[in-house]
Design a protein around this ligand. Sequence first.
Ligand code: HAM
Length: 408
Amino acid sequence: MNIQSVRGFHDIFGKDVKKFRKVSDTARRILKLYNFEEIILPIVEYMELFYRSVGETTDIVQKEMFVFEDRKGRKLSLRPEGTASVVRAFIEHKLYALKPYVKLFYEGPMFRYERPQAGRYRQFHQIGAEIFGAAEPFADAEIIKIAYDILESLGIKNVIIEINSLGCKRDREAYREALLKYLSGVKEQLCRDCISRMDRNPLRVLDCKVETCREVVVEAPKIVDYLCDKCKAHYEDLRRYLNALEIPFRENPNLVRGLDYYTRTVFEAVSDTLGLTLIAGGRYDYLVEELGGPPTPALGFALGVERLMLLIPDLEEKEDIYFLIPFGDVHEYALQVASLLRKQGKIVEYSYRKGGLKKQLEFANKLRVKYAVIIGEDEVKNNEITIKDMETGQQRKVKLKELIRGYS
Ligand code: HAM
């Protein structure tokens, strides 16, 4: 049997690993500048956590979760996202008791049973950040600024930051009614999914991708017109701060997001090039309380590592590799030389294959090393090594004594 990887689950190797690390290192460096601390979370949680946070009626919970039973029949889930887990940990470890507010970031694989295509996988990686205990709109501005800084640092262009406000619970109730009234009048024009969404989660009709639905929602009432004074002021302040930070953004009154926990600010950084969302997030002021913690306003974002990888160029970092070629039974000496070089911080590749000089130099070229270090009986006898610069072809001998002193 020829075993292949599971559909939607992929290996990351070769050049892509460099890109993966570049995204991760860049995000970590920027999160550090904002003084976020890392939290390493489990990949498996009780399924109920996602029911109660992401929302029972969402596509993620209804159609996309990997759910299985443990040996005692408890329903567990591979996490489809990270926010729910961070909130669970925040409550479980009473992190609210330690600091006036808490800033955490996480990195790791997430799992969603979606239809795989470019930039969409069943196992993908997110880097996310969450702030607990911050109600003020400048925290929202900072969260969006982090996302913006990461994109800028990676040199990713043609990205539009879309923002919207979903208001508080009361605003949403009033809006839901107005929206339902409108949708009932145009029900025949909606797709089948949207008709069922009307009962379960009518706001989701607003971001349906079906063309006829998109036409219908153009005329739909807008949630921003239903915001209470406080939510309206919060949204206005946010826009002011984004302008002050010179972050270009576009208001999208139909941006509702696919997770139920959001309140007030939601945002997405959308790539024009890919037509995909790269980074998304928002505020979720009731979630901590709903999951059993003290009332704690909170907000955050997550980026899709694979999606950002699609937009960064191949990275050709040339490293100075020393390729150590032993000829004959000189391994005791050669292994010691390799250790010595590594102790000095040099990257050493010890040739694991036998062959004459021509063959070995061919290996050296294939491995794209900078230097070949040749060790034969003569070198051992004279306590030296021969170093060949693979680019210039120049060759010279270096005494072991010199090497110990720090050859460069
Ligand atoms: P989300 O919009 O579901 O939000 O996902 C965030 C990002 O993860 C997306 O913008 C995308 O880049 C990436 N992503 C999602 N699904 C896939 C997939 N199937 N394949 C590849 N990449 C994908 C959340 O997960 C929220 N937890 C974000 C958040 C944090 N809100 C507040 N705090």
